[in-house]
Ligand binder design. Structure first.
Ligand SMILES: [Zn+2]
Length: 215
């Protein structure tokens, strides 16, 4: 009888242990990169003076927006070279502004390779964080944690591993939460229109330099 009780206790204990592990697995972030930036990390983000389009020339010459923000529930812009089809495959993707790489990897099959940069905007109400997202890349040319400058080549245009005709899925997100998330949704979530946002932040002269990032 006592042996039976021991077996029961063991089974119960293992069950509780398994439940605990499953709960932990469910609540833990998918990857250490998918976190909220701390106030100290936000304070160290490079300050954005101006932004430029990430594809084509710094004025977006030789590109077009094939699927603008919110069309078909889209959460970003789909930027293409004017040659169409796969003519822009391998073209350079530039950082839209000075920022820090907070994610670089392949988050899921629909995304292909993705880079997320975090930027700090000066605001009278305190620092504001925006993130720029570059997806379906052919190559990633930077490392997480690295600081990049506006216009720096950070990757190349890809097909998301052969899922699409080559294009750059480009998003601008507000807030400090780093998460690849989704590219389509009924609500805009924390996304902003990339085209409009870039136009609003191109005011500084092309020759104006960003301040040096804090250590
Ligand atoms: Zn897209």
């Amino acid at each position: 009888m006592s042996r039976l009780l021991t077996y029961l206790a063991c089974a119960l204990g293992l069950g509780v242990l398994a439940w605990g592990c499953l709960t932990l697995a469910r609540t833990r972030p998918l990857d250490p990169a998918f976190v909220r930036l701390s106030p100290a990390e936000i304070a160290r983000l490079p300050l954005v003076v101006r932004m430029d389009p990430p594809l084509g020339s710094e004025h977006a010459a030789l590109t077009y927006n094939a699927q603008p923000f919110r069309l078909n529930r889209h959460l970003g812009d789909d930027l293409n070279g004017i040659g169409g089809l796969n003519s822009d495959r391998g073209d350079p993707v530039h950082a839209a502004a000075q920022g820090r790489v907070v994610y670089a990897g392949t988050p899921g099959p629909g995304w292909g390779k993705m880079i997320i940069l975090a930027h700090r905007l000066a605001s009278p109400s305190g620092p504001q964080v925006v993130q720029t997202v570059y997806a379906h890349l052919e190559e990633i040319l930077i490392q997480p944690g690295q600081i990049v400058t506006r216009g720096e080549k950070i990757g190349t245009v890809g097909t998301g591993g052969g899922q699409y005709l080559a294009h750059l899925h480009f998003e601008i997100r507000r807030g400090p939460y780093v998460n690849p998330s989704v590219g389509y949704a009924d609500a805009p979530l924390n996304r902003l229109s990339p085209e409009v946002f870039l136009q609003q932040h191109r005011g500084a002269p092309a020759t104006q330099l960003n301040p040096a990032p804090r250590p």
